[in-house]
Ligand binder design. Structure first.
Ligand SMILES: Nc1nc2c(ncn2[C@@H]2O[C@H](COP(=O)(O)OP(=O)(O)OP(=O)(O)O)[C@@H](O)[C@H]2O)c(=O)[nH]1
Ligand SMILES: [Mg+2]
Length: 314
């Protein structure tokens, strides 16, 4: 199955829990009235898009009604789809190009969200683009962490820099940035230990790792990507807000979109964080990660242009 098909399949439950429920509510309303807004609000809130995004979309519908773009209940869904596409496309800036310098990418987030797996998939993606990639085992907390990353390095046939378990993570970053620079690597992917924004020593460690990276490579880390697990719904949004207060984030990786009903979380992330969604993950396989593409995502969510999208993949 290609990436688009996986994304579409992964978003089925999200679509069912959101769009289909909205449709069901609207069946009961030939005319637009206050009760309809109340019922819509209730349905939207249960689908994990969050209070703020729900309010935003309801305001949009009111605007549509005032502008006479929505005349009766059946006009609401196409209008809502249009608003969601616009929201997905908001701040959808292209990935920056750091060629000429080693791009250092920190992968951060709480425990178990998919950081290490994301690194394995990113390494594969960049390698396919013809870039040279190095990995840094910045999660020195568990021996298993560096073993897990080593397997991904072998699978991708890329070098890895690691130290002993319990070593200073900043020292790993220092060695890795020096080595990546000396070898003229295009991309250095830095794994980090899963941490909570409430653990101040861990957050301090993260800041130290960033300072050290900047000593060897000017401007590094150029990217700090926060990995969020889509299955955690609104929780992910709170994590991101708190993380962002401590570490400057340049983007979000939204993982585990395969099979969750909480994919609508992406709308809250776009609305509330002001940090672009950079990558989306739809599985544990090496090919299961792609740059976020708003139009593709919307097509997968609303099952539009399906044949065209599938052909593009072949
Ligand atoms: N279904 C699915 N599983 C995923 C995805 N990404 C990662 N996983 C799984 O999630 C689990 C945790 O992944 P890791 O990459 O180890 O997560 P981590 O954030 O590095 O975890 P810690 O280092 O312990 O904080 C593993 O079983 C992965 O295979 C995804 O997109 N979809
Ligand atoms: Mg890990």
């Amino acid at each position: 199955m290609g990436f688009f098909s996986k994304l579409m399949k992964g978003l089925t439950k999200t679509k069912e829990s959101f769009i289909n429920d909205v449709k069901t509510v609207l069946l009961g309303y030939a005319k637009i009235d206050d009760d309809m807004y109340d019922d819509l609000e209730a349905v939207m809130l249960t689908s994990d898009i969050g209070m703020e995004t729900t309010d935003y979309l309801l305001d949009k519908i009111r605007e549509g009604v005032n502008a006479k773009e929505i005349k009766e209940g059946k006009d609401v869904v196409p209008y809502l789809e249009k608003c969601i596409v616009e929201l997905l496309e908001e701040n959808d800036e292209p990935q920056r190009d750091w060629s000429g310098q080693t791009e250092v990418i920190f992968i951060v987030g709480v425990n178990g969200v998919g950081k290490t797996t994301t690194i394995g998939k990113l390494a594969n993606y960049y390698r396919k683009q013809g870039k040279s990639v190095m990995l840094a085992a910045g999660d020195t907390f568990r021996a298993a962490a560096s073993e897990q990353l080593t397997i991904w390095a072998q699978r991708n046939d890329v070098p890895i820099i690691k130290h002993q378990e319990g070593a200073d993570a900043a020292a790993v970053v220092f060695d890795a940035t020096a080595s990546a620079k000396a070898r003229g690597m295009d991309v250095l992917l830095v794994d980090t230990a899963g941490r909570l924004h409430t653990k101040s020593n861990l957050m301090e460690e993260l800041r130290k790792m960033a300072r050290v990276a900047g000593r060897n490579i000017e401007g590094a880390p150029q990217e700090t990507l926060l990995v969020l697990d889509a299955t955690t719904g609104q929780n992910a949004v709170s994590q991101a807000k708190l993380f962002g207060q401590v570490v400057p984030l340049t983007g979000v990786v939204l993982t585990k979109l395969d099979g969750t009903a909480k994919g609508g979380i992406i709308l809250s992330i776009k609305r509330e964080l002001g940090v672009p969604v950079r990558w989306v993950g739809v599985g544990e396989g090496i090919d299961d990660l792609r740059p976020f593409d708003a139009a593709q995502f919307a097509d997968a969510l609303f099952e539009k242009n399906v044949e065209k999208r599938k052909q593009e993949e072949e």
